[in-house]
Design a protein around this ligand. Structure first.
Ligand SMILES: Nc1ncnc2c1ncn2[C@@H]1O[C@H](COP(=O)(O)OP(=O)(O)OP(=O)(O)O)[C@@H](O)[C@H]1O
Ligand SMILES: [Mg+2]
Length: 230
């Protein structure tokens, strides 16, 4: 059963993905959703769409990048039609780059991020990518502890979060712990079994919500990702 935008409850927020929001009715406010996918599948695009949707609703967003330079991120996303520089200037969108080069200890990096979230009331957060960020931790148990504490903290703050997770292009991606810890998982992949290849999106889970488990085809263009009707 499809749920329209009008049926969105106050405890849910829209992702900003046309075609998908109508299907799932948005995601619970304060939830942490993993956006898992292979290279070039549109993870950064989807994450930016989510932040722009937040700004439309006066929710301040923060984009944390680990690999791409902020300048290049802004340039690429503006090509899709979003006024990113303007949003940054108005402080409705905060962009931060964290890198191993700049911070000696992962704990310092995390503390810095959390203190920003705290002081300027961030309502939507994107970690792009969570995979790189957690790779800064030497031991897997400390990365797991970080994830657990982060999720606890964000839940308390009611900050809706997308964690970008880099995976292979398999139908069933290997997500590791983060898949189990997150409230929801969106999987993006490129299906090369057809000619031309097709972009496919699938919800793997969304706690507390009935979701369609089938693949949706999607396209990337001006305005970002659009999920096509089946
Ligand atoms: N205007 C456009 N029209 C169609 N496709 C576009 C347009 N702009 C970008 N794309 C495509 O969108 C793809 C995905 O971009 P995006 O950076 O969001 O993917 P990603 O999954 O974050 O990639 P990466 O693995 O490098 O982090 C690009 O590879 C590009 O081919
Ligand atoms: Mg990316």
């Amino acid at each position: 059963m499809k749920r329209g935008y009008s049926e969105l409850s106050g405890n849910h927020v829209l992702l900003g993905i046309r075609g998908l929001d109508e299907e799932i009715g948005g995601v619970p406010r304060g939830s942490v959703i993993a956006v898992a996918g292979w290279v070039g599948t549109g993870k950064t695009t989807l994450a930016t769409q989510f932040l722009v949707e937040g700004v439309k609703n006066k929710e301040r967003g923060m984009y944390v990048c680990t690999t791409e330079r902020v300048e290049s991120y802004v340039r690429n996303m503006e090509k899709l039609g979003w006024p990113i520089s303007k949003l940054v200037k108005s402080k409705m969108l905060i962009t931060v780059r964290v890198s191993k080069i700049h911070e000696s200890r992962p704990q310092d990096m995390i503390e810095k991020l959390l203190s920003i979230i705290d002081t300027i009331d961030i309502k939507r957060l994107v970690l792009d990518s969570y995979t790189t960020l957690t790779s800064y931790f030497k031991e897997s148990w400390s990365a797991r502890l970080f994830t657990y504490l982060l999720l606890e903290y964000l839940g308390e703050k009611n900050c809706t979060t997308l964690l970008v997770v880099e995976t292979d292009n398999d139908r069933e991606p290997r997500l590791g712990d983060v898949g189990f810890l997150c409230d929801g998982v969106i999987h993006l992949r490129t299906d090369f079994s057809t000619e031309p290849p097709r972009r496919k999106l699938r919800m793997l889970k969304l706690r507390g919500t009935r979701i369609p488990l089938h693949n949706f085809e999607y396209e990337i263009g001006e305005g970002g990702i659009v999920v096509l009707r089946r």
